[in-house]
Ligand binder design. Structure first.
Ligand code: ADP
Ligand code: ADP
Ligand code: MG
Length: 480
């Protein structure tokens, strides 16, 4: 593999290129018109504009990306996450054109891309699953009977869903029909597939997922867990590894279950098996994501492995030279997704100009970043700016470094999830490790951050006074 095209943008494109460079592989960026001056374009050895700003006209143009790859003699394509990463037709198109797709086989993507197909595939492997219907449902009366059997509340889910979208909680029978209709129409417009199904709504779950790495020689490893329970809109904001609730026995059990899920779809490469863990510590299979996960850095920090490097080695056909028992957890890592969103206004997108943008540095701090000062945040894509990742010898230290790093991360011009991150790190429930996926609902209000804005205003006022006094000194100098 001499040349790798990264079919993505933002922090993940930059992150993949970093490893490719380290491995002596040349990189090609593709970009949309609005991303002409984006960091991922500047950091690639070659860069090609593939269309207008809307994803459909650029980052989702499989045909264009293949055309560029052939023209520039690209050997392999890394899809990152989002965009074409879970598109089996794209993986197949790469194969047909003799380009390595850095990811699993098209068939594995296809199976796991449908939550219903995924459940079917793992059924014979004795994997615990959330009680629910295992087929698409359209008949309301059937749905009612079923929901009454498993008991309310229930969750209606889009089979093709992802990124926390296409989910509706139904508390009682009278709401079922309208919620089902909404779910079907949302799923149709968002994913082009209106199939929905019903799952029991687990009351206080933790989202625990297992990182899987499988090579093409039949070896499958698990790289332990990531705890991703701090979410808004069913989507993760803060992740960590290891989880503070897993015992060694449970970790091994979940790791083994995840390996079986990977086997069920003949998996190759890096993938993630997601589970819910209930209050009694029973775990249930949710879905498998057949790509590099947003929060992969926390696993890298506690295991010492570069997961993108492993993906590339596997794509080159190498057999991995370690054993499961060689893998060890070392220390603790946290990740905060820095989204261009206003946490004081229900996490609504906050686009605009990055008037000031200074990243924190220091021991135990890693920032995977896709933006620069002076850039405009485009409205077309996922609003994540960067991931702030910290590492400490234990959880307390990782949290402490995170608090300091949030203070040192300077952003002006737009709102971000940074102050929310600080709120979480200072909250007793988070510090003690006793929380679930309802952390935001249970503990967080828009006004909770007022405290920080007041603190910030005080600091700003103090800086202004100090500056004033210094200026006065300077003015007096000639007379003294
Ligand atoms: P992860 O699963 O890696 O923790 P997310 O669930 O936040 O991360 O999704 C990662 C990215 O992929 C986001 O940009 C999200 O919008 C996008 N994404 C995930 N699944 C889908 C899907 N089925 N369709 C479209 N976009 C998706
Ligand atoms: P996506 O493809 O959007 O990532 P998931 O099935 O992984 O969908 O679920 C995303 C989140 O939604 C979970 O992390 C959890 O917070 C919540 N969730 C999903 N299924 C259930 C369930 N059956 N009960 C309670 N919460 C759930
Ligand atoms: Mg998920």
């Amino acid at each position: 593999m001499k040349k790798l095209l990264v079919a993505n943008r933002g922090e993940i494109a930059v992150r993949v290129m970093r490893t490719a460079k380290k491995m002596g592989i040349k990189t090609v960026a593709v970009f949309s018109e609005i991303d002409r001056n984006a960091p991922h374009v500047k950091q690639a050895d070659e860069a090609v504009c593939i269309g207008k700003s809307a994803s459909k006209e650029s980052y989702l143009r499989a045909d264009k990306i293949i055309e560029v790859s052939k023209k520039l003699n690209v050997d392999a394509i890394h899809p990152g996450y989002g965009f074409l990463s879970e598109n089996d037709a794209f993986a197949e198109l790469c194969q047909k054109n003799n380009i390595i797709f850095v990811g699993p086989k098209p068939m594995s993507i296809k199976i796991m891309g449908s939550k219903l197909e995924a459940k079917k595939a793992v059924k014979t492997y004795n994997i615990p699953m959330v009680p629910g219907i295992d087929e698409a449902i359209t008949d309301v009366s059937k749905a009612k009977t079923f929901a009454n059997n498993i008991g309310f509340p229930i969750l209606i889910k889009a089979s093709a869903g992802g990124g926390g979208k296409g989910m509706r909680v139904v508390e009682k029978e009278s709401e079922l029909e309208s919620q089902m209709q909404r779910a079907i129409s949302e799923a149709t417009s968002a994913f082009g597939d209106g199939s929905v199904f019903i799952e029991k709504y687990i009351k206080s779950p933790r989202h625990i997922e297992i990182q899987i790495i499988a090579d093409s020689h039949g070896q499958i490893f698990h790289f332990f867990e990531r705890e991703c329970s701090i979410q808004r809109r069913h989507q993760k904001v803060i992740e960590e590894a290891p989880s503070s609730v897993l015992t060694e026995t449970l970790r091994t059990k979940m790791g083994e279950a995840a390996i079986k899920v990977a086997k069920a779809c003949d998996y190759i490469g890096a993938g993630t098996v997601e589970f819910l863990l209930d209050e009694q510590h029973n775990f249930y299979f949710l879905e498998m994501n057949t790509r590099l996960q947003v929060e992969h850095p926390v696993t890298e920090l506690i295991t010492g492995y570069d997961l993108v490097e492993l993906q590339i080695r596997i794509a080159r056909g190498e057999a991995l030279q370690f054993k499961q028992t060689d893998l060890k957890i070392n220390g603790h890592a946290l990740e905060l997704r820095v989204y261009a969103e206003d946490p004081m206004n229900d996490f609504l997108p906050s686009v605009g100009l990055l008037e000031r943008y200074k990243l924190p540095h220091g021991e135990g701090i890693r920032v995977d970043n896709g933006y620069e000062e002076g850039m405009e945040i485009p409205i077309y894509y996922d609003p994540m700016l960067a991931k702030l990742i910290t590492y400490g010898k234990n959880r307390e230290e990782a949290i402490q470094i995170m608090r300091k790093a949030i203070d040192d991360f300077q952003v002006k011009g737009i709102k971000t999830t940074l102050p929310f991150g600080k709120f979480v790190c200072e909250h007793e429930a988070f510090k003690s490790g006793d929380f679930d996926t309802h952390f935001v609902k249970n503990y967080y209000k828009n006004e909770a951050l007022n405290k920080y804005s007041e603190e910030e205003a005080k600091v700003a006022a103090l800086i202004a006074v100090k500056q004033f006094l210094e200026d006065q000194k300077l003015l007096r100098l000639p007379n003294s």
